[in-house]
Design a protein around this ligand. Structure first.
Ligand SMILES: Nc1ncnc2c1ncn2[C@@H]1O[C@H](COP(=O)(O)OP(=O)(O)OP(=O)(O)O)[C@@H](O)[C@H]1O
Length: 245
C-alpha cells in the first residue's frame, strides 16, 4: 500500500513545460488523466516513473523519494504501460507476458507459479490461443492486450497506463476497464474517452497546456468543465456526454 505525493513539480522540454503544484494519490485510487493531445499526460507518467527528470519538485512513494528508490525497488512499486512499446526479440506471447514476473522474482528464474499466473492473465486478456505465437505476428490490438497482460503480471501496488485501450475493440476495452476497477492496486491511466472513464474511474485529473486545471471526483465532471478543457461544446444526456463544434 503506497501513496504517491507530487509537490511543486516542474518539467521543461523546448517550449513545453509541465507544472504540477500538488497531487496526492492514495493507495488503491483509480485516477484518469485527461486533456487534449500534447497537454502533458504522458510527460507526467514519464516523470512519475523516473523516465524523465524534473527541473525541480518532488515525487514521493510512501516515505521514499523516487530518486532514493533503486531500480529493482521501482519495479516492485510501479508498472507502466507506455503509449508505444515494441519488442525486437522473437519472443512468443507467453514469454512476453511472463517477463512481467521478472520484477518480483528474486531468484531470476521463473517458477511454476509464474507460469500459472501468466496463463491466467492470458485468459483474462483473451490471448491464451496466441500463447505460442510470435509476438511480432500479432495485430496492433492483440499486441496491446499482450502488453497489458505483461504489465498486470508485474503485480505492483501502482499501475500506470498510457491510453490502455488504444487499438482495442469495444468488448476488450470494457473487459479490461472492468478488471482495472476491481484491482486493489492504484491505477493511474491517461484516457481520451470521457464516457468510458466516467463509468469506471472515481477521480479525474484534467490538464491543459501543461497545467493541472481540475482534480475532481466523478460527480463534479460537468459539461462546463469539459467545454473549458477541450474547447468544444458539450451536452449531457442520460449520464453520457456528447461533444460538438
Ligand atoms: N520525445 C519528445 N521530444 C520532444 N517533445 C516531445 C516529446 N514527447 C512529447 N513532446 C512534446 O511534449 C508535449 C507534451 O506531450 P505529451 O506526450 O506529454 O502529451 P499527452 O498529453 O500525453 O498527449 P496525447 O494525448 O497526444 O498522448 C507536447 O507538446 C509534445 O509535442
Amino acid at each position: 500500500m503506497v501513496n504517491i505525493k507530487v509537490n511543486n513539480l516542474i518539467y521543461q522540454r523546448g517550449d513545453f513545460s509541465l507544472s504540477v503544484d500538488n497531487l496526492m494519490i492514495k493507495s488503491g485510487e483509480k485516477v484518469a488523466l485527461m486533456g487534449e493531445n500534447g497537454c502533458g499526460k504522458s510527460t507526467l507518467l514519464g516523470l512519475l516513473t523516473g523516465l524523465l527528470e524534473p527541473e525541480s519538485g518532488s515525487i514521493v512513494y510512501g516515505d521514499m523519494a523516487l530518486s532514493q528508490l533503486s531500480f529493482p525497488a521501482r519495479a516492485k512499486t510501479f508498472s507502466l504501460l507506455a503509449q508505444f512499446s515494441e519488442i525486437s526479440f522473437p519472443f512468443t506471447v507467453f514469454e512476453v507476458v511472463r517477463l512481467g514476473c521478472y520484477a518480483q522474482n528474486r531468484l531470476g528464474e521463473f517458477s511454476a507459479q509464474d507460469d500459472a499466473r501468466t496463463l491466467a492473465l492470458l485468459d483474462l486478456l483473451d490471448i491464451r490461443h496466441y500463447a505460442e505465437r510470435s509476438y511480432a505476428e500479432l495485430s496492433g490490438g492483440e499486441k496491446r492486450r499482450v502488453m497489458l497482460a505483461r504489465v498486470l503480471n508485474q503485480n505492483t501496488p501502482i499501475i500506470y497506463l498510457d491510453e490502455p485501450n488504444s487499438s482495442l475493440d469495444v468488448r476488450h476495452t470494457l473487459d479490461i476497464f472492468a478488471h482495472l476497477t476491481k484491482l486493489n492496486a492504484s491505477v493511474i491511466t491517461s484516457v481520451h474517452d470521457i464516457n468510458l472513464a466516467l463509468h469506471h474511474f472515481d477521480r479525474f485529473v484534467f490538464f491543459k497546456n501543461g497545467r493541472l486545471l481540475y482534480d475532481v471526483n466523478r460527480a463534479d465532471v460537468s459539461a462546463e468543465l469539459l467545454s473549458e478543457v477541450y474547447d468544444v461544446s458539450v451536452s449531457i444526456d442520460n449520464r453520457s456526454f456528447s461533444f460538438f463544434h
